[in-house]
Design a protein around this ligand. Structure first.
Ligand code: A2P
Length: 344
């Protein structure tokens, strides 16, 4: 007997990708249910070669559902996840609502799989921010080898991270520029077509944005609280794929060649690093792929034991849907969850 899985937010960018990945990876599900708001009730979404009718999350009964993959935003998650968890259904939540709760594990399976054991306090497991997920996949093997002291990250984040509306806005604005229509900004604070915006999520008192804060708080929670992290998060006119320029200072000596070899062997990582035209990855090429790609690995001579690298991944996959499904696979592989129908 397999599991009964619900995808909440199934009509959104990440929810659709969750359905694709569940089907692609042959997750052991007997039944998959698509949920969204009342607005979408009765519409259809694809699941492999089938279509699923979208049901309303608001009045859905989770008592015979095993896992809810939730990607409907923080407010919706705050309202529904505790109730779903109380019905004995494990929520794997893609929003930031639960990530910093001490009773909720925040998991990237390649980085801190053992932390998953604590999920049963609330029956909620948090999926990290998209920029953090790919970052920690690349940092973990290097931290294990040479102990990271400090990381400076600048992100180049695609518009799909801002949901369907973000993608639509880039498309509409690009079209408007070409046909000389007025360019309207609704989702983003400034024009995103042919531009970059150094602002993602809300501003905090210290002048950083919440997105920047998430990268440091989540890296510390998952990898090591002693690592110092600072970040500048930037939205760029790319549809899918987040890129990061990463500067790392280590306690121990490590060469670029050593780092390249370590990352070649590391789970979830793929090194594309030739010192020639095109010998690196761009976000366009990462779209639809599972790996965290690492290019441009080089020594930083301005600090002791420093490296620079370029890290790229599909933000809808490793940064969201894929990681959530890997967490579900980890629950199953470790025998931490039993199918309710089988258990009955
Ligand atoms: P809907 O399409 O019915 O609004 P994205 O981040 O790509 O914009 O997607 C957000 C997802 O979260 C969509 O599937 C959206 O459904 C869903 N969602 C938003 N608000 C609610 C809500 N109040 N209840 C259930 N699902 C919601």
């Amino acid at each position: 007997m397999g599991f009964k899985i619900a995808v909440a937010g199934a009509t959104g960018n990440v929810g659709r990708e969750m359905l694709n990945i569940l089907s692609e990876r042959g997750f052991p599900a007997d039944e998959v249910v698509a949920l969204a708001s009342a607005r979408s009730q009765g519409t259809e979404v694809s699941f492999g070669d089938k279509t699923l009718k979208v049901q309303n999350l608001e009045n859905y009964d989770f008592s015979d559902t095993d896992i809810c993959l939730m990607s409907a935003g923080g407010t919706v998650s705050q309202k529904y996840s505790p109730k779903i968890g109380a019905q004995g259904c494990v929520v794997i939540d893609n929003s930031s609502a639960w990530r910093y709760d001490a009773e909720v594990p925040l998991i990237v399976p390649e980085v801190n799989p053992d932390a998953i054991a604590g999920f049963s306090k609330k029956n909620i497991i948090a999926n990290p921010n998209c920029s953090t997920a790919q970052l920690v996949v690349a940092l973990k093997p290097l931290h294990d080898r040479a102990t990271i002291k400090r990381v400076v990250v600048s992100t180049y984040q695609s518009v799909s991270g801002a949901g369907k509306e973000g993608m639509d806005e880039l498309f509409q604005q690009t079209r408007a520029v070409f046909v000389a229509d007025p360019v309207e900004s609704k989702k983003f604070t400034k024009r995103i077509a042919f531009n970059v915006i150094p602002h993602i999520d809300n501003f905090m008192e210290d002048g950083y944005t919440k997105e920047e804060w998430k990268v440091l708080a989540e890296t510390k929670k998952m990898l090591d609280p002693k690592i110092k992290v600072t970040c500048t998060a930037v939205r760029v006119p790319v549809f899918i794929g987040h890129s990061e320029s990463v500067n790392i200072e280590f306690e121990k000596e490590i060469t670029a060649d050593e780092a390249r070899e370590i990352l070649r062997e590391a789970p979830g990582c793929q090194v594309i690093d030739k010192h020639e035209n095109g010998g690196y990855i761009t976000p366009y090429e990462s779209a639809g792929e599972d790996a965290t790609y690492i290019s441009r690995i080089r020594e930083d001579a301005t600090v002791e034991n420093g490296l620079n690298m370029w890290v790229v991944s599909d933000n809808l996959r490793k940064g969201a849907a894929l990681n959530a499904i890997q967490i579900a696979e980890l629950l199953v592989a470790r025998g931490l969850i039993k199918a309710k129908k089988q258990a009955a």
